[in-house]
Design a protein around this ligand. Structure first.
Ligand SMILES: Cc1cc2nc3c(=O)[nH]c(=O)nc-3n(C[C@H](O)[C@H](O)[C@H](O)COP(=O)(O)O)c2cc1C
Length: 242
């Protein structure tokens, strides 16, 4: 199994999102799966200028000559694609959005009815897949509530439906900065071990174990405690002794 993880955090391998992604990938690798992580903060991808050359003038090829071309091929051939992005203004980061937009050379311009029964219009794939593809979303955010991820989940679920990709779920970590708090070290280590197991299950059973997912999504502190903790820290950073 060939797994492609796209990390869209400007903090790349030093960020909270990667702390969630990497143990999950290690668990997947333990089953023999091959994984690759692309850090979008380390590569050069220009934004789509909407010229549609990739559809009409040079079909399948973008006018930009940057690091995106080999990724289009990797994106097509992955059995599982993991989108890992921190929540930025209730959505993906700009880096991830640029990556998603630059995926259009993989599509044909035509409009056709989706065969999934939704009756929605979609673009056909330029290179029809020979094997099914799955999609998983991994995200972290600063606020304590999981509800903030709703628009992000909707974006990726919809994209999966339009691409004929099976959306297999999401691993979310609200208040993800807690992973780096010294007093949370024990909880964080147990969490990483659960992520490893989740990655393993995901490959061997095709989905995330429901009980484990519940555990992964359990809050470590109450929302009230988290707000108090953050505000204390922020006041001290601002030298505000209120
Ligand atoms: C520009 C910007 C927008 C953000 N928007 C949100 C948001 O809408 N909701 C939220 O809970 N956290 C938000 N955050 C916090 C990040 O999602 C959070 O710190 C995340 O864990 C960072 O992940 P990373 O370390 O992998 O980059 C935002 C941070 C930045 C810099």
């Amino acid at each position: 199994m060939n797994i492609l993880a796209i990390n869209g955090s400007p903090h790349g391998n030093l960020g909270n999102t990667d702390l969630i992604l990497q143990p999950l990938l290690r668990g997947m690798e333990s089953t023999g799966a091959k994984t690759e992580t692309i850090y979008l903060n380390k590569i050069n991808i220009k934004h789509c200028i909407g010229c549609f050359n990739c559809w009409f003038k040079t079909p399948g090829k973008c006018i930009h000559h940057d690091d995106m071309a080999p990724l289009l091929e990797k994106k097509r051939s992955a059995d599982l694609i993991i989108y890992a992005t921190p929540l930025y203004v209730f959505s993906t980061t700009g880096l991830m959005k640029v990556f998603l937009d630059r995926g259009i050379p993989n599509l044909m311009p035509f409009f056709e009815e989706n065969s999934d029964g939704s009756k929605l219009t979609k673009h056909p794939e330029r290179y029809p897949r020979t094997a099914p593809q799955k999609m998983l979303l991994v995200s972290s955010c600063g606020f304590p509530e999981e509800k903030h991820f709703a628009p992000l989940i909707q974006t990726f679920k919809h994209a999966a439906e339009e691409n004929g990709t099976e959306y297999i779920g999401e691993i979310l970590k609200p208040a993800a900065w807690l992973l780096k708090e010294e007093d949370m070290c024990e909880k964080a280590n147990a969490y990483y071990a659960d992520l490893y197991t989740a990655g393993k299950y995901l490959i061997t059973q095709g989905k995330i174990d429901a009980e484990l997912l519940k555990k992964l999504h359990q809050s470590w502190l109450s929302d009230h405690e988290i707000r108090a903790m953050v505000n204390k820290e922020f006041h001290s950073m601002l030298n505000d002794k209120r």
